[in-house]
Design a protein around this ligand. Structure first.
Ligand SMILES: Nc1ncnc2c1ncn2[C@@H]1O[C@H](COP(=O)(O)OP(=O)(O)OP(=O)(O)O)[C@@H](O)[C@H]1O
Ligand SMILES: [Mg+2]
Length: 283
């Protein structure tokens, strides 16, 4: 694989860099799965895309893309802590020439204990995310996709604050729904309204009973109503796929093209990217 030519990338820098984040209130609804697949799809469409692991306590992206430790010169932790200036050291290539990664490391390499590491990151992360965005723009990236940690962690909320589009992921369960309403009303509605807000239900069991489907429809409408006068758009009900679960046993997480989830993912990517472009045209 040829090395990334940063000088050339700088010369070709684009003006438009769109930031998409995936977030949730509770853990496990599928943020990482969806962010990897969204970033992969954006890259497949010819967009220079960078996927960033912002789940610094429980990172996954390095594992998902099978990146050996000796390919990781610097992590997002270094950048967010201000231990390292954002530079090409942090950007990792993948097999897809349009897809790059910034990974996180959960270990306590700073010798201060994980909690103090997180505190340091929380204080510094807003500034660091801004600096990183400017750097990635100069490198010619077209999309940044942030895979966030669940809940109210500051680096996730900071990413939500700088995003062009926020995709909020939920499971079809009452606690996921209650947590989502809480987070959307307490945080999201207070962030800049010029960003787009989306939500998606993931991991729907196959062959839902009519009454369950009706309940989910009512939750969907309740979220849209609750968000008014601001706007949040419903993206889709995504099924729990046993084929995708089975691929995970083999360490594969990118949806195959013949998998029904892939079709739905492409539609989701269409909606999000078209709406970001429309929003930016208006500005
Ligand atoms: N639609 C789906 N069909 C089948 N399996 C899925 C689907 N979505 C997610 N999964 C599986 O569910 C598990 C949790 O998904 P994932 O790690 O993407 O969630 P997450 O929101 O990133 O979790 P965390 O909050 O811990 O970061 C994974 O094993 C993933 O492979
Ligand atoms: Mg995750």
């Amino acid at each position: 694989m040829s090395a990334i030519d940063f000088k050339e990338a700088l010369a070709l820098s684009k003006e438009s860099l769109d930031i998409i984040i995936l977030h949730s209130q509770k853990g496990g609804p599928g943020k990482t799965t969806l962010s990897c697949n969204i970033a992969h799809e954006l890259a497949k469409r010819g967009n220079k895309t960078i996927l960033i692991d912002l789940d610094i306590a429980q990172p996954t992206i390095q594992h998902i893309f099978h990146i050996p430790d000796n390919k990781v010169n610097a992590t997002i932790n270094d950048v967010l802590l201000g231990k390292k200036q954002v530079s090409e050291d942090v950007v990792i290539e993948t097999d897809n020439p349009n897809l790059y990664l910034i990974v996180a490391k959960e270990n306590v390499e700073y010798g201060e204990g994980l909690l103090s590491l997180l505190e340091g990151i929380q204080q510094f992360s807003f500034f660091a995310l801004h600096e990183m965005t400017k750097f990635l723009l100069r490198l010619g990236f077209r999309y940044i996709v942030y895979d966030c940690a669940p809940g109210y962690r500051m680096e996730s909320v900071n990413a939500a604050a700088i995003a062009d589009a926020r995709i909020f992921v939920m499971r079809p369960s009452t606690f996921s729904f209650a947590g989502a309403k809480q987070m959307l009303s307490s945080i999201y509605k207070k962030l800049a309204i010029s960003s787009l807000n989306f939500f998606v239900f993931n991991q729907l069991p196959p062959e839902l009973k009519d009454e369950s489907q009706k309940l989910l429809e009512s939750w969907k409408n309740e979220i849209i109503e609750m968000y008014k006068p601001d706007k949040i758009d419903f993206l889709d009900f995504l099924p729990l796929s046993s084929a995708i679960m089975e691929l995970g046993i083999k360490g594969e997480y990118i949806f195959p093209e013949d998998e029904p989830l892939y079709k739905k993912l492409t539609q989701l990517v269409d909606v999000v990217t078209t709406n970001i472009s429309k929003m930016k045209e208006k500005k």
